[in-house]
Design a protein around this ligand. Structure first.
Ligand SMILES: *Cc1c(COP(=O)(O)O)cnc(C)c1O
Length: 394
């Protein structure tokens, strides 16, 4: 058998070593509390599941769906954007439902990237932006996200050579993994940059509804001229705790949406219709669950940060997303510190370097841990400090 170069080039999963350690500990019967996975622990709201069950019984929904998605779903998405962001979208040309937003994020590279083309990709970032670029035969050019710049990329210092070959720019706010946010002023700058250099923008915004202290994240689509040069990926996964159902969407520039629709119509056969009806129920039904979930995440955020600070880790309090991006203590790499936490107190976090070179010296903690486990973990974490102190005294 001879595999393709593109599949051979795919590096083993970033977190192999840590996962191996977790598996070993579990095999020995030791408990591991994981803060490593960004997947809501709270169930999908009941009225959404009701609709899903009801739709599943209807034989109409047992047949192939259309790639373009149900027209009612496209209208529900446009309606949600209108109510939430005061953004008008044409449901027929500017909206495309996806089999989870990751699916569209992965596939859109094939609409833009030819061999040797560049995609501008933040570092650290959700790994799919660079992997899809590589799979399409292109090269990611990394834009460092630094704490001193509030984890926003510097668009003013990219060489002409890179800009000439760049076809796509990826941005993501509220940000995974840093928890940073961006305002309309940044998005407006991105639009000007993209139009000047003729680069298509993909904004990935699945955390727009996970926000704290009354903060309301903006949509990239609210920036003047955004529709002329870019799209926004959204997802029901993090808004309504629907990661398991696989449904998201891309909205914005009609030519970009059409290109992705054409590609997908040749690859997949749409989203199961019962799930599309559940999504309509989610987007058009009561929205109280969002504030309820955010109150839970906010309480957890404050509890976690209090303990992290106590043991000497520096943390910027996130305004949005369910991630805490914490600087590791001096003398540790992100991988060393992750391994040490796991060995000493059985707590798993994600090493920042897994999201790119600029993630080094940070770890990411996800707040999607059930409250009972959280209490236990916080006690464990204090123990980590004690193991360090005795060592220092010795
Ligand atoms: C969770 C997440 C997604 C994708 O979620 P889907 O479940 O595929 O819709 C996309 N981007 C980022 C940054 C995420 O954290």
């Amino acid at each position: 058998m001879k595999f393709s170069r593109r599949i051979e080039k795919l590096k083993p999963y970033l977190f192999v070593e840590i996962n191996k350690k977790i598996a070993e500990k579990k095999a020995r019967g030791e408990e591991v509390i994981s803060f490593a996975i960004g997947d809501p622990d709270i169930p999908t709201p009941a009225h959404i599941i009701e609709k899903l069950c009801q739709a599943a019984h209807d034989p109409v929904n047992h047949r192939y769906p259309e790639t373009a998605g149900l027209p009612e779903l496209c209208r529900a998405i446009a309606g949600w954007y209108q109510r939430r962001f005061d953004v008008y979208l044409d449901p027929e040309t500017e909206v495309l439902p996806l089999i989870g937003s990751k699916e569209g994020i992965g596939h859109i590279a094939f609409c833009f990237i030819d061999a040797g083309d560049i995609a501008l990709v933040p570092d650290p970032a959700y790994p799919v932006y660079s992997i899809s670029t590589l799979l399409a035969g292109g090269k990611p050019y990394y834009l460092a996200l630094k704490e001193e710049n509030n984890f926003l990329p510097d668009l003013d210092n990219i060489s002409k050579n890179v800009l000439r070959k760049a076809k796509l720019l990826w941005i993501n706010y509220p940000n995974n993994p840093t928890g940073a946010v961006a305002g309309l002023d940044f998005y407006t700058k991105v639009v000007a940059f993209a139009r000047q250099h003729d680069i298509a923008v993909c904004h990935d915004g699945p955390y727009s509804e996970v926000a704290f202290d009354g903060y309301k994240p903006a949509s990239f689509m609210q920036a003047n001229g955004a529709k002329a040069i870019g799209v926004e990926f959204q997802s029901l996964s993090k808004i309504y705790n629907m990661t398991g159902w696989r449904i998201g969407m891309v909205v914005g520039n009609a030519r970009m949406v059409d290109a992705l629709r054409r590609l997908k119509s040749n690859l997949d056969s749409g989203i199961p219709q019962a799930i599309q009806y559940a999504a309509i129920a989610a987007l058009t039904g009561p929205q109280d669950c969002i504030a309820e979930h955010n109150a839970i995440y906010q309480r957890r955020r404050d509890q976690v940060i209090e303990v992290l600070n106590k043991i000497g880790l520096k943390v910027t309090v996130p305004k949005a997303s369910f991630y805490i991006w914490a600087k590791v203590p001096d003398g540790y790499t992100s991988v060393d510190f992750t391994a040490d936490l796991l060995d000493q107190v059985g707590v798993a976090v994600t090493p920042g370097v897994g999201y790119g070179q600029n993630g080094e010296s940070y770890v990411r903690l996800s707040l999607t841990v059930p409250d009972a486990a959280l209490e236990k973990w916080l006690m464990q974490l204090s123990r980590w400090r004690n193991t360090r102190q005795t060592e220092v005294k010795k």
